[in-house]
Design a protein around this ligand. Structure first.
Ligand code: ATP
Ligand code: MG
Length: 267
């Protein structure tokens, strides 16, 4: 039995392989002791770790685990998924929207970090809480799905008011930039505020990603990370914005397990 575990800032992702069968599970990073108890039940299992909390997890478990660098593990996991999906890519960007966002360029067998942004899943949770007082992730994202950010975000077309725009009018000119124009007539709901926060995160992540894609002449941006779970709105923003900016988005099913799968495969 083999375990690949990516212990991240918010979630611990676990891939278990046994008799050629692969299963996925996840825990909150605050439940690291629970994960350690699980591993204590399988002292003979082969364990591979990665992520920011890997060393701490190692201190709690009986196995002498293999450890890999998060970026190498994630790359290996993505390559494994792409192979299995029959969607090999030669020159691409991958963007891991985790607690924070990390952006990487891949050419052939070589991966290098191309940048990042503090806008990511942690910002959705933190800003979401500040705006609405809601700390439960599923409640937050379900609420956001009902929101409308049209009266909150300022688009290019709003500034040009029917005049010919030099860039697509649907592009956001200023996230939250319309509030001072609409505040007298509009009641913003919690759902609207959350939708705008997710919009800001999604557009920031996409903008940084497509800048990297342009720099490296890549056509595809592969998006992974648990931030897309139960958050169709974020996925939609990122997908549409990537297309609007002229690149091809690609989402991998179970992509948030790339680090966990990758460290297992590197072992
Ligand atoms: P990092 O790689 O930055 O150290 P991480 O690996 O923990 O962090 P991910 O697991 O990829 O990051 O994504 C974390 C994000 O996923 C959270 O910030 C949140 O937006 C989202 N998320 C999805 N499901 C949950 C959940 N059940 N509880 C909390 N956050 C969740
Ligand atoms: Mg991570």
């Amino acid at each position: 039995m083999k375990f690949g575990i990516d212990a991240g800032g918010t979630l611990i992702k676990i891939v278990k392989e046994e008799n050629g069968e692969r299963t996925f599970s996840k825990y909150l990073s605050t439940e690291v002791e629970t994960v350690a108890e699980l591993l204590q039940q399988y002292p003979d299992a082969e364990v591979a770790l990665t992520g920011g909390k890997a060393t701490y997890l190692q201190s709690l478990i009986p196995q002498d685990a293999f450890q890999s660098i998060e970026f190498d593990a994630t790359f290996k996991g993505i390559q494994t998924f792409l192979e299995q999906l029959n969607h090999p890519l030669e020159n691409y960007i991958f963007t891991n929207v985790g607690t924070g966002t990390s952006i990487h360029h891949v050419k052939g067998e070589v991966q290098e970090r191309a940048g990042g942004t503090g806008a990511g899943g942690g910002m959705i949770q933190g800003l979401g809480y500040l705006l609405t007082g809601e700390a439960d992730y599923e409640t937050l994202t379900a609420l956001a799905a009902k929101g409308d950010r049209d009266d909150i975000d300022l688009k290019v077309k709003h500034i040009y008011k029917g005049d010919k725009t030099p860039i697509p009018g649907e592009l956001t000119a200023a996230n939250f930039g319309r509030v001072l124009h609409t505040k007298e007539t509009v009641q913003y709901t919690d759902a609207d505020k959350l939708a705008a926060a997710i919009g800001a995160v999604g557009e920031t992540v996409t903008t940084v990603s497509i800048h990297a894609a342009r720099e490296f002449g890549a056509e595809y941006v592969v998006y992974i990370g648990s931030s897309f779970l139960s958050n169709e709105l974020l996925k939609k923003v990122v997908m549409n914005y990537t297309v609007l900016r002229g690149f091809k988005p690609y989402f991998i099913e179970n992509g948030e397990y790339s680090g966990a799968l990758g460290t297992l495969k590197l072992m």
